[in-house]
Ligand binder design. Structure first.
Ligand SMILES: Nc1ncnc2c1ncn2[C@@H]1O[C@H](COP(=O)(O)OP(=O)(O)OP(=O)(O)O)[C@@H](O)[C@H]1O
Ligand SMILES: [Mg+2]
Length: 276
């Protein structure tokens, strides 16, 4: 059976795709789901490196944290005679077939730019998660706003790309994509900007058809744990980050809320079963 495919996408670089992908991956593993990962940003390899760091950390500390089966795909160089786009599509199909085997969930992390692999990745999505930073700079890739009223003038190219992906998927007989936009690096300061961005996302969600869920706050811990391949959910098991602080507890709660908001199949059932 094919796993449910969660794609992290946004052409805006640095919006938190890989960090969010890692946290969703570990949250699903902790729930007992069988998870596979494909990093389509094979040049940067942030998510693949994150997972390699996790495996290294386990070796160094003789720990047995779950590490998913993963692969990274690097964009091919044009050589004048190979059809690069076709070859990349074949390589992606092969990676999906290999990594999906026996899995419940497949997490696919896309690059922060418009590449062939990124576009193909979007076509795979059952759930598309788009993190955006709390700023009109990031919002600009989703829609253009009127500078005086901040009302939406028109969707911009990333929203259009998702629209065309939805059409391609529908004409191929695929199930509709659940597109979820989440804000990342929410600041505790600057309440006015936060409210304006929030309103703009709400307006756009009705217009282009995505769900809008609460995301992650700006926290140093999201940056610090990469080198050891850890997430907020590994703090207790590894003792990383020292003793649990109020900030850790709040961060874990926001991650839990995000996972609930994503409504991934298998995950919701597991939460209900655990709390019953
Ligand atoms: N909630 C957060 N709080 C603090 N720092 C964060 C948060 N989310 C991400 N970061 C940091 O922001 C930077 C970009 O994050 P990340 O690499 O996940 O983004 P990305 O969208 O995958 O980037 P790219 O488009 O280059 O692939 C990293 O340094 C990461 O540690
Ligand atoms: Mg990334």
């Amino acid at each position: 059976m094919r796993p449910h495919i969660v794609v992290l996408g946004n052409e805006k670089g640095g919006s938190g795709k890989s960090t969010t992908a890692m946290h969703i991956t570990v949250a699903c593993l902790k729930m007992g789901l069988r998870v596979g990962v494909i990093d389509l940003d094979g040049r940067q390899r942030t998510l693949a490196r994150y997972l390699e760091n996790r495996a290294d950390f386990c070796k160094r500390h003789n720990l047995n944290l779950k590490v998913p089966h993963f692969a990274a795909l690097t964009p091919l160089e044009a050589d004048g005679h190979t059809n690069v786009e076709e070859k990349e599509a074949m390589l992606l199909d092969a990676a999906v077939a290999e990594i999906s085997h026996g899995k419940d969930i497949l997490i696919v992390d896309c690059p922060g730019s418009n590449t062939n692999l990124g576009r193909l990745g979007h076509l795979l999505a059952d759930t598309l998660v788009t993190p955006i930073n709390d700023s009109f700079v990031d919002f600009d890739l989703l829609a253009k706003v009127d500078p005086d009223t901040l009302k939406i003038k028109r969707p911009s190219f990333y929203s259009e790309m998702v629209w065309s992906t939805r059409q391609q998927r529908a004409s191929a007989g695929g199930t509709p994509v659940d597109w979820v936009v989440m804000r990342n690096r929410l600041s505790h300061l600057d309440a006015k900007n936060k409210k304006r961005v929030d309103q703009a996302i709400r307006d756009l969600s009705r217009r282009v058809g995505f769900r809008y869920v609460d995301g992650l706050s700006e926290r140093v811990i999201y940056r610090e744990m990469f080198v050891n391949g850890l997430t907020l959910l590994d703090l207790r098991e590894t003792g990383a980050g020292g003793s649990m602080t109020m900030s850790h507890v709040a961060a874990r709660q926001e991650l839990r809320d995000l996972m609930t908001g994503l409504k991934l199949p298998g995950f919701a059932e597991q939460i209900t079963a655990k709390s019953a």
